[in-house]
Design a protein around this ligand. Structure first.
Ligand code: NAD
Length: 262
């Protein structure tokens, strides 16, 4: 399957799932704009350079902060300026914080809603006219099993991810006859930096090793007893960009080792 000549913007792609999606799209031939906050600018440029060298595509880095709508719009403009279009948008950046609702820090609620939900609206709003103009587009939202079911102590995350699944359906409906699809990928546990704090908390609480904490975290929710691999999510994203998936729109697709089948 070739995505040669397509331009993809992947938010939160300096690490974890986003990086694996950027790798998979670049391997399929797409030019990619990578984005993220945590690493130093030099490291972020290095990620773009490595993708370009490895896959023979164009790759650039943009450091837009997903809490800032103006920076998100500037990121989409930069992609259009560099590649001539935005054909694929992966709204993937996300953060986590866990606490009981009555103790949930206000600034964490605001940050999670901004990064995990509102940023997808701002990026889609800016990218859609370019996709509609060319009559082809793919928006892929990295939601979560927590866009479909809840867990305790994740008020902001579950609210944001359920909201993201709703936004996915609206964008899908509005663009169903325009060659533009919009879907949500709903992963279960994936071993990335995002869940390390939860593993540490569990290990401390139960006085066990980090490895045992990792096993128990997955075992409690995921019948497969195995983590989802970031590369498997990358492959699903590439499939969603294919012509075979042109009638697949408005869906929330679990990739969760059976978590939400229970
Ligand atoms: P990660 O921590 O490895 O990656 C998060 C990415 O988002 C990084 O590139 C980081 O720089 C970026 N980011 C964070 N705040 C940002 C901001 N303000 N502006 C721009 N970029 C920002 O985590 P991950 O597990 O790869 O998470 C990626 C997505 O997958 C998230 O939306 C997360 O909710 C979702 N998800 C993760 C899991 C899991 O088990 N790891 C499960 C389901 C869904």
């Amino acid at each position: 399957m070739s995505l040669q000549g397509k331009a993809a913007v992947i938010t939160g792609s300096t690490s974890g799932i986003g990086l694996a999606i950027a790798e998979a799209l670049a391997a399929a031939g797409a030019n990619v704009l990578v984005n993220g906050l945590v690493a130093s600018p030099a490291d972020d440029e290095a990620i773009a350079d490595s993708l370009a060298r490895k896959h023979g595509v164009k790759a650039i880095f943009h450091g837009a902060d997903m809490r800032q709508p103006a920076q998100i719009a500037a990121m989409i403009d930069q992609a259009v300026e560099t590649f001539g279009s935005v054909d694929i948008l992966v709204n993937n950046a996300g953060i986590q914080h866990t606490a009981p609702t009555e103790e949930f820090p206000l600034e964490q609620w605001d940050a999670i809603i901004a990064i995990n939900l509102s940023a997808a609206f701002h990026a889609s709003r800016a990218a859609l006219p370019h996709m509609q103009r060319r009559g082809w587009g793919r928006i892929i939202n990295t939601a979560s099993v927590h866009g479909l079911v809840a867990s305790v102590h994740k008020a902001a995350y579950v609210a944001a991810k359920h909201g993201l699944v709703g936004l996915t359906k609206v964008i899908a409906l509005e663009n169903a006859d325009k060659g533009v699809t919009c879907n949500a990928i709903c992963p279960g546990w994936v071993d990335t930096p995002l869940i390390q704090q939860q593993i540490k908390d569990l290990a401390t609480r139960e006085n066990i090793s980090l490895d045992e904490g990792r096993r128990r975290l997955v075992g409690a929710k995921q019948p497969s007893q195995s983590f989802v691999q970031p590369e498997q999510i990358g492959a699903l994203a590439v499939f969603l960009c294919s012509e075979a998936a042109s009638q697949l729109t408005g869906a929330a697709l679990p990739i969760d080792g059976g978590w939400t089948a229970q």
